[in-house]
Design a binder for this molecule. Structure first.
Ligand SMILES: CC(C)(COP(=O)(O)OP(=O)(O)OC[C@H]1O[C@@H](n2cnc3c(N)ncnc32)[C@H](O)[C@@H]1OP(=O)(O)O)[C@@H](O)C(=O)NCCC(=O)NCCS
Length: 178
């Protein structure tokens, strides 16, 4: 993995097959595709509403409004195909602890099961370690077998903390020391 920081303090990570870099406004269509593909068990505020929102224009606006940051959810671009297939990165102030951000990832269904989530996350973990973070968190639905497997492959362990939602499932809290 190689990492570099742009003049805007944005992080760009490179792996064998992937480039992790800030989103471009034109890629709002990819973000909307991710929204449309979400599992029906995902809570409604994370899925496209009956009114069709968020629209591509709204997602484009949020990309435009994003402040440069050394932490965040990076677009995952495949180097060979030069297409953006999802995101991976860190959320500060998520459900982790202060100074201990949360890892998050989501990819388009057509690229699942090719090791991309694990490869992208490994690069984010390396970057976090070299940036001085000592511990990361990740939350995952108990029914999300693929994500639980990715977290296990990365070395995240379950803490025993859970949040039970009778409608959407149980959220498991996992953590990894870097
Ligand atoms: C979770 C997600 C990012 C994984 O992406 P991916 O690129 O397919 O992940 P990888 O290929 O690196 O690894 C997936 C692992 O899960 C396994 N897996 C995938 N689907 C599975 C299933 N239904 N049952 C059992 N194992 C499964 C794969 O076999 C692989 O494990 P292996 O390497 O031991 O064979 C992708 O499924 C996704 O975007 N899901 C929706 C969003 C999401 O859940 N985000 C995480 C929220 S916590």
């Amino acid at each position: 993995m190689t990492a570099r920081v742009t003049p805007d303090r944005e992080v760009v990570l490179e792996t064998d097959r992937l480039l992790l870099r800030p989103w471009r406004v034109a890629e709002a269509v990819v973000q909307r595709e991710l929204w449309t593909e979400r599992d029906p068990r995902v809570p409604p505020h994370r899925r496209i509403g009956a009114d069709g929102r968020p629209t591509v224009a709204e997602l484009a606006e949020s990309i435009r409004a994003e402040q440069p940051s050394p932490i965040g959810l990076l677009a995952v671009e495949r180097k060979a195909a030069r297409d953006v297939v999802g995101y991976c990165g860190l959320i500060d102030g998520g459900r982790g602890s202060p100074g201990e951000p949360e890892l998050a990832f989501e990819l388009l269904r057509r690229v699942w099961r090719q090791g991309y989530a694990t490869e992208a996350s490994s690069a984010v973990l390396d970057w976090a370690r070299s940036s001085g973070y000592a511990r990361l968190w990740a939350t995952v639905w108990d029914w999300n077998t693929a994500s639980r497997r990715v977290l296990a492959k990365l070395g995240f362990t379950e803490t025993g903390r859970q949040e039970v939602d009778p409608v959407h499932g149980t959220t498991l809290f996992t953590t990894k020391e870097l």
